[in-house]
Design a protein around this ligand. Structure first.
Ligand code: ADP
Ligand code: MG
Length: 248
């Protein structure tokens, strides 16, 4: 049984097929990279896996159960978490409070409403452990808004980890980062992958080469290659798909 798979999954936008009968099954415990030229359908597939875009056809199966069309919070509560965008951080709250809030939301027996002091007391230890894991323990008391870009991205990852995911989905985790932050993120993904299945959409082929054990290549909505990095990078169909692409 695959932790997460798609069966003939498709998405049409006003007659335009952005994702076309994609069938993939993630390998338990592996790091997968989803790559392909701009407009290939990667983000649309990613959004379907996380419940943010409703498929037009096909199925999504998680841990053996059909989850097609489930709301994002139901999917995340099954242990399939995505890293959120920086826009979802509470800039004026501290780094610690951001994680506390994520733990609070993820807790199935959570208190009915957000009371900062009680919630902080309840979740402080777990939040601190997560911040330790992503290397943000030293900035726990700073406001999220005051962090440099790379640390904001690390905080996003911390919020996803608050869900204790078995599957971690990351959309372009290194986009817009300095070389130094890219290296830090690679190290971070290596660390948080332990015991998890990871799928990352990634433009940076250096990152893919360093992290991914399996690479899935999309072009024009379809999967055109799927296998170990070394095999996929030599695949003629993949080389053709990337010709003329400067940002892939
Ligand atoms: N909400 C939308 N409405 C209409 N077209 C969309 C929408 N989202 C994506 N598309 C189109 O679907 C195609 C795939 O987009 P996307 O999944 O973002 O590709 P990628 O992430 O691989 O660059 C593109 O042609 C894009 O313009
Ligand atoms: Mg995209």
């Amino acid at each position: 049984m695959s932790v997460l798979e798609t069966r003939e999954l498709s998405k049409d936008f006003a007659g335009f097929r952005a994702v076309d009968r994609v069938s993939i099954a993630l390998d338990d415990g592996k790091v997968h990279a989803l790559v392909g030229p701009n407009g290939a359908g990667k983000t649309t597939l990613f959004h379907m896996l996380t419940g943010f875009v409703r498929p037009s056809a096909g199925r999504i199966v998680a841990f053996g159960a059909d989850v097609t069309g489930l709301a994002p919070f139901r999917i995340s509560r099954m242990g399939i978490a995505r890293s959120f965008q920086i826009t979802s951080l509470f800039d004026r709250r501290t780094v610690l409070e951001n994680v506390v809030l994520a733990l609070h939301v993820a807790d199935p027996v959570n208190l009915r409403f957000w009371e900062s002091e009680r919630a902080v007391a309840r979740y402080r230890d777990r939040a601190s452990a997560i911040l330790e894991e992503v290397g943000l323990a030293a900035v726990a008391a700073r406001t999220a808004g005051s962090l440099p870009y790379g640390q904001k991205r690390a905080l996003e990852l911390a919020l996803a980890l608050a869900l204790e995911p078995k599957v971690l989905l990351l959309d372009e985790p290194t986009s817009g980062m300095s070389l130094e932050d890219v290296q830090r993120t690679i190290a971070l993904v290596r660390q948080v992958r332990a015991g998890r299945t990871v799928l990352l959409v990634e433009h940076n082929m250096g990152v893919v080469a360093e992290l991914a054990e399996r690479v899935i290549v999309m072009q024009q909505g379809r999967v055109i290659a799927d296998g170990p990095y070394e095999a996929v990078r030599r695949d003629p169909a993949v080389i053709t798909a990337y010709l003329g692409q400067t940002d892939a």
